[in-house]
Design a protein around this ligand. Structure first.
Ligand code: 5GP
Ligand code: ZN
Length: 114
């Protein structure tokens, strides 16, 4: 838990999240400003700012959860594919400093995302 971290607050249940998947070490919830229907974020419950400071076993847990969430979310919104990505560090566009992977559903001829 890190003070003032919005994703820690969601993981701790202090603020609501639309949770779609959970394991002992990870949580997945819908993005508040989705780039596409079903846009989901996968986080480790423990606070680590980015991939570089996440223990390898926990990073593996996040990857396993990302795979399961990708399969479930694509099925839920009938997507053709998805972008699965990390913005790893502020200079790379990371706005929330708690590791999170994006699952962004994609559709044929959807024109792409920013
Ligand atoms: P980043 O740019 O850090 O990779 O992405 C942060 C993502 O978190 C953005 O897609 C943004 O919409 C999402 N986000 C920011 N604050 C909240 C929040 O309080 N709840 C949820 N569910 N998503 C959030
Ligand atoms: Zn946090």
């Amino acid at each position: 838990m890190s003070d003032d971290c919005i994703f820690c607050a969601i993981a701790d249940g202090d603020i609501p999240g639309r949770i779609v998947h959970e394991t002992d070490t990870t949580l997945a919830f819908l993005d508040a400003n989705p780039l596409a229907p079903g846009h989901t974020l996968v986080i480790p419950k423990a606070h680590h700012e980015r991939l570089n400071d996440t223990p390898p076993e926990l990073a593996a847990d996040v990857m396993t959860a990302l795979r399961e969430v990708t399969i479930a979310v694509e099925a839920a919104v009938d997507a053709d594919a998805s972008n699965v990505a990390f913005n790893n560090g502020e200079a790379a566009g990371q706005e929330v400093p708690h590791l999170h992977g994006h699952v962004i559903p994609r559709f044929e001829n959807d024109g792409g995302h920013p």
